[in-house]
Design a protein. Structure first.
Length: 94
């Protein structure tokens, strides 16, 4: 279920227009999506702090948000910002 939420979050800024993989999103929009991602992870992930202490996850989340300095495509956002946070949970399939 969490993997499904992650996929949806990477598309939070989708519109009615046809998908354009080259479309770049502003840092403001990406930060809004990132804040939603963090809130959802903190609220619904069943074992977010199982392997990684809360203070370490907070640092990872803060670093992820700080990494949003310029516009990015959704793929760049996923690999540069979201993926490192997912890795911080140290869970392979949740």
């Amino acid at each position: 279920m969490t993997a499904g939420i992650m996929m949806l979050l990477s598309a939070c800024t989708a519109s009615r227009d046809a998908y354009n993989p080259s479309r770049r999103f502003s840092p403001e929009v990406l930060r809004e999506d990132y804040d939603l991602f963090r809130r959802l992870m903190e609220r619904y992930h069943p074992s977010l702090y199982w392997y990684t202490p809360r203070d370490t996850m907070d640092l990872a989340f803060d670093a992820g948000r700080a990494a949003i300095q310029d516009s990015m495509t959704d793929t760049q956002f996923g690999f540069r910002v979201i993926a490192p946070d997912r890795k911080s949970t140290r869970l392979n399939s949740s």
